[in-house]
Design a protein around this ligand. Structure first.
Ligand code: NAD
Length: 697
């Protein structure tokens, strides 16, 4: 069946795009539009054509399901469709409602007239994927709206409401009420009034200082987004609309588009776009799995994490009970939550009445009876198995049947926790990141017995509380922390070999990380890792650890909270100041090991850190702990400050070429210091490298 329907209302044809959910301009729809247009042009009774969209949009642009397939550019491609419309012998009126974005707006710009409902979102958002509008958008939009407005829209990609275009040539009329009836009447009046076949391409950009403004826009884009080429190119292409004849400008736009498609930055942004959507798809869990309703929640433990988790529920309008063993920590937890909300309100990001509304959704309690009817309970008590055991046995005893029992543990075995209950199918890990009310990542840990609907419900809940849920299997540290441990180990080995904390941090921060490993450790608390390592020394005596981190902790230097860690901190400030105490500690440690320090390049620092993530990531993939390479990347982007313009460690490895990655690892092993066996490439990595493939295909 055609994806565009055709009907005739008297002397006006109506072509309606119909490709749910947003009338993405895939090949079938493009064919449908051309067929409708041809039928209208061939019918002598038809004097004009209205082009509109069924359902929730005029058109949201390219059909993302066709991305990276030959269908994207198959004829009739979007440029061809626009050209056919623009050169049609009868006027075509775009009737825009709800959403006209990207290719959808470019299509409308190819029409002779455009009318719109108020409230429609109008945008050319391609820059957000590291691209620019490639079907004439950069050349046509500045011809119908003020130059500065077009520049802004294309460089930022932000939507503007249709009524804001009143008085511009983008819309000939804003139609209140029935859009199609209004558009048909408009089309009829246009023919009756002999308004001809005006084409946007024939208009001139009316702006006296276009070149100067373009230069200003290029400089601003470079300053605001120095790591991304797309905003700059967008500005250049919009500038061309003012300085070049239309066809030349169009060719320039094409050229810029081609350049951008091949940039690693665009590849990274597209990888993120698809990676985020892929994360909620679980191969053995059908998309239509019935979900368990989540109307109420409970959180056990009102500490650092529990408070933030409770806020997430309240922010989403879900009433939540917060349970503690004692009154004092409960009151402290509630006070912290209130302070957080009040700070947000003070910054103007929350209305004062909403502080009360959200506080009103969080009920403190000391009694398990009070939480028995919650649909989900998230445990966030001390990271200690006997404490978890006591809590889960309680939960098993009191919670209503079907309640989801979640644990926020960051290192403990979720299957063992599940086994404390008689309903392991209802148990799941929900690993929030600190601060839990801010960080977007939610690692969803699927236990061996976790029911499919529990997994599906938890992923849906993640969306509801505005998190990105990514599934991990059960292993020590799950995906994110298991990998970061290798990264931290390499960072500490490099201290032994000759680097300083500030050099390591600076190198990786220049690469784009929000924070280097030592500043990060000082922020999170060095004692957290120390506690885990002490457990490991007993459980896994085979694992090698560099000892500088332990020595830092032995001095009581736990980081910012104690005023000193790898750096020192002045009271009330967060600036990391290099500290001679640490320099001496490192020098003494090297002397003890008989190491002569060597100069370590920034390039070595960056690649040892990132490839440590990659090698462990490859093992995690091979073991099935992560479902896909992009899941690992999404975890690093949303939970660990990995730079978005690189797209994640696994994509970075692909961009470097896995053959090169493997070679580099051999070089690191040959340095002969530390855990050299770690640099044996994971079997999956070795295999893909030998086959000339990447993690992402
Ligand atoms: P925390 O020490 O700040 O808070 C724990 C709270 O649990 C305390 O308020 C304590 O009074 C309460 N508690 C202890 N036993 C209890 C019980 N039996 N019943 C009810 N309440 C009890 O610890 P946290 O940092 O919030 O960590 C909580 C959990 O979250 C741990 O499993 C931890 O591994 C995990 N986690 C922590 C972080 C982090 O960055 N802090 C990040 C991810 C996950």
């Amino acid at each position: 069946m055609s994806q565009a329907s055709y009907s005739v209302q008297g002397d006006i044809a109506v072509v309606t795009m119909n490709n749910p959910p947003v009338n993405g301009l895939g090949l079938e729809l493009r064919r449908g539009i051309v067929d409708g247009l041809s039928a209208a042009l061939a019918d002598p009774a038809v004097r004009a054509i209205v082009l509109t969209g069924a359902g929730k949009a005029f058109s949201g642009g390219a059909d993302i399901r066709e991305f990276n397939t030959p269908k994207t550019f198959a004829e009739p491609n979007l440029m061809t469709v626009i050209s056919l419309i623009e050169n049609a012998s009868k006027p075509v009126v775009a009737a825009v409602h709800s959403v006209a974005m990207g290719g959808g707006l470019e299509l409308a710009l190819g029409c002779h007239f455009r009318v719109a409902s108020p409230g429609a979102q109008i945008a050319l958002p391609e820059v957000k994927l590291g691209l620019l509008p490639g079907a004439g958008g950069t050349q046509r939009l500045p011809r119908v709206v003020p130059f500065e407005m077009a520049m802004n829209m294309i460089v930022t990609g932000e939507p503007v409401l249709s009524e804001k275009f009143k008085g511009t040539r983008l819309f000939d009329a804003i139609i209140e009420g029935d859009l199609i009836a209004g558009a048909v009447a408009f089309a009829r009046a246009a023919v009756d009034g002999n308004r001809g076949l005006p084409r946007v391409r024939d208009l001139k950009v009316e702006y006296p200082h276009a070149e100067a403004f373009t230069q200003f826009a290029i400089q601003t884009a470079t300053a605001v987004a120095p790591r991304y080429p797309a905003p700059r190119k967008c500005a250049e292409a919009v500038g061309a609309a003012a300085t070049m004849p239309f066809d030349q400008g169009l060719a320039f736009e094409r050229r810029c588009f081609g350049e951008l498609v091949d940039t690693p930055e665009s590849r990274a942004l597209r990888h993120i776009f698809f990676g985020e959507r892929a994360a909620s798809k679980i191969p053995d869990v059908p998309e239509d799995t019935p979900l368990r309703p989540i109307r109420s929640a409970a959180v056990i433990g009102a500490g650092t994490m529990g408070g933030g988790i409770a806020m997430n529920f309240a922010n989403a309008g879900i009433p939540v009970r917060l349970l503690e063993v004692k009154q004092e920590p409960l009151e402290r937890g509630m006070a912290t939550i209130r302070r957080n909300y009040e700070n947000t309100a003070r910054k103007g990001r929350l209305k004062p009445e909403d502080v009360e509304k959200r506080m009103g959704l969080i009920t403190p309690t000391l009694s398990y009876q009070d939480i028995a009817d919650a649909d989900i309970v998230v445990e966030a008590v001390f990271e200690d198995m006997p404490v978890k055991e006591a809590v889960f046995r309680q939960l098993d005893a009191v919670m209503k049947p079907g309640a989801i029992l979640a644990s926020n543990t960051s290192t403990l075995d979720v299957d063992q926790i599940a086994a404390f209950t008689k309903r392991p199918q209802d148990v799941i890990g929900t690993h929030f990141f600190s601060p839990a009310n801010v960080m977007r990542l939610l690692e969803v840990v699927r236990g061996a017995k976790t029911a499919k609907d529990v997994l599906a419900t938890t992923l849906a809940l993640a969306k509801k509380i505005r998190k990105l849920g990514v599934v991990s299997g059960v292993c020590d540290g799950f995906i994110g922390n298991r990998m970061i441990e290798q990264y931290s180990r390499q960072a500490a080995y490099m201290l032994e070999e000759g680097a300083t904390p500030q050099q390591v941090d600076r190198a990786i921060e220049r690469f784009g990380f929000a924070m280097g490993p030592f500043r990060m450790a000082d922020l999170a608390g060095n004692d957290v890792g120390w506690y885990i390592r002490k457990r490991r020394y007993l459980e896994r005596p085979d694992m090698l650890y560099p000892k500088i981190p332990d020595k830092v902790c032995e001095l009581g230097r736990f980081g910012q909270k104690t005023g000193a860690g790898y750096y020192r901190y002045e009271t009330g400030k967060r600036d990391a100041i290099p500290d001679p105490v640490i320099e001496k500690l490192i020098a003494d440690h090297r002397a003890e090991l008989g190491i002569t320090p060597r100069r370590i390049s920034d390039d070595e620092i960056v690649h040892r850190l990132i490839f440590a993530l990659v090698n462990e990531g490859a093992r995690i993939l091979e073991e099935g702990i992560a479902l896909r390479a992009s899941d690992i990347d999404m975890i690093y982007l949303t939970g660990y400050g990995f730079p978005a313009h690189v797209g994640g460690p696994m994509l970075y490895a692909d961009v470097c070429g896995l053959y090169n990655v493997v070679n580099r690892m051999k070089g690191f092993a040959a340095l002969g210091h530390g855990d050299t066996a770690f640099w044996t490439p994971a079997p999956l990595l070795a295999r893909l490298a030998a086959e000339g493939k990447g993690f992402n295909g």
